[in-house]
Design a protein. Structure first.
Length: 404
């Protein structure tokens, strides 16, 4: 069988890149992320907001432990007083660890496909392989695919930035410029996307912060009440004796409304197996949620299931030029590399506008060794398209020669 060659300009450029210096993936990554520690830590582009978030948590706790706690140690026995002071300090350390786990790890970024290079002006259209032409910029790929999820037809869309079909419950974050698995939202307070790999830590972070605020709020009032009883003062007099307690009560009361409401909202999302994006976009109270399997199962799946491994080896070595110019068959295979482990997922190309459109739904892992079942159909479609175009070009060339 005769092997179809790539355009001459493309082959020359690929050969010239063999000796290109090897870099790690994070050094050539096309997203807007900030990497640290040699690619071991990945942050969002707005990671500086972490400084404000940490200050809003740590400063009130320092004020409580250094000033308010002195009064508590006087009013309570030594052991009880020390425990009351140690609790917010331990909570703070716990929250800081959770912030690190949320903001400093891959939230579930789906590997993107490298763009194929633009051919030279002098390449012959008849010499290009069908695979390469089909995969080039995804221009012959259908814009959507229909998927059967537990009896509900949903649609996944082709991402023109990452050059992949977005798996169910996936969305492209415009801030980080990445497609994120089970995308919930981009949180500016932690400077990171909230996705499948860090959602549980985000949920724990929000609920722990709410508990810390309620604890400090309660203990400040306990301090004021104990001061009133010991010195026989009125409420106003006790408050004047402890201005820090007034400030902390006001602050924690305000913040508790925010983080408490956020905790309640995300608890509702966990119970119903929704994401923030889905809740605001699809309104499942008026539509069937294909991912809802009952309260107990949803709770277990979201908070107690095993965290999947990152789909990207950011410390792996790549050659940046070669990364930009994968060969045709491998690139085309990546465009259909989503292998859903759920047997209830059936895929087909559909143009029925009445199908329930759900462009971001849940992902169950990627297997780059397999292709979607409809890939052969697209091969045939692309082959037909190329054959027709090449035949048309030859007819025009022959017709022009005959006129001459």
């Amino acid at each position: 069988m005769k092997r179809t060659s790539l355009p001459r300009g493309l082959s020359d450029r690929q050969n010239s890149n063999v000796d290109a210096p090897s870099l790690r993936l994070y050094q050539v990554w096309k997203g807007n992320n900030i990497f640290a520690c040699g690619g071991r830590l990945i942050f969002g582009p707005d990671a500086r907001s972490l400084n404000l978030t940490i200050c809003l948590i740590v400063v009130p706790v320092i004020l409580f432990c250094s000033l308010v706690s002195q009064s508590l140690l006087v009013h309570f026995p030594d052991t009880v007083g020390l425990v009351l002071v140690a609790i917010p300090a331990v909570f703070t350390v716990y929250i800081l660890i959770l912030i690190f786990l949320v903001s400093g790890r891959d939230p579930g970024i789906i590997p993107r496909n490298p763009p194929c290079p633009e051919p030279d002006d002098d390449w012959d259209a008849s010499s290009i392989s069908t695979d390469w032409a089909t995969g080039h910029s995804g221009r012959f790929l259908p814009p959507t695919k229909s998927i059967n999820v537990n009896g509900t037809i949903v649609r996944v869309k082709f991402c023109n930035t990452c050059l992949i079909y977005r798996p169910p419950r996936c969305s492209h974050c415009s801030v980080c410029n990445n497609c994120v698995d089970r995308f919930d939202h981009h949180c500016p307070w932690v400077g990171q996307c909230i996705g499948k790999r860090n959602y549980r830590y985000f949920f724990m972070f929000v609920t722990a912060t709410a508990q810390l605020c309620l604890y400090v709020f309660t203990m400040c009032w306990v301090n004021i009440i104990m001061t009133m009883q010991s010195d026989k003062n009125t409420v106003s007099e006790a408050l004047l004796k402890s201005p820090v307690s007034i400030a902390l009560i006001t602050y924690t009361f305000t913040v508790s409304w925010f983080v408490g409401g956020l905790s309640t909202f995300h608890l509702y999302l966990v119970i119903t197996n929704q994401t923030t994006y889905e809740n605001f976009r699809y309104r499942y109270e008026r539509k069937k949620n294909p991912f809802n399997h009952g309260c107990a199962h949803n709770f277990k799946e979201t908070l107690f299931s095993k965290t999947p491994r990152s789909q990207n080896n950011f410390r792996g070595f790549v050659k940046p030029e070669v990364y930009m110019q994968f060969n045709s068959s491998k690139y085309f295979g990546y465009a259909f590399s989503l292998n859903f482990s759920k047997k209830s997922y059936d895929t087909d190309i559909s143009e029925d506008s009445n199908d329930f459109e759900l462009e971001r739904c849940e992902t169950y892992g990627m297997d780059h060794s397999s292709k979607w079942g409809s890939a052969p159909d697209l091969h045939r479609l692309a082959s037909k398209f190329i054959t027709e175009n090449v035949s048309r070009d030859k007819e025009k060339r022959i017709e022009g020669d005959s006129r001459e």
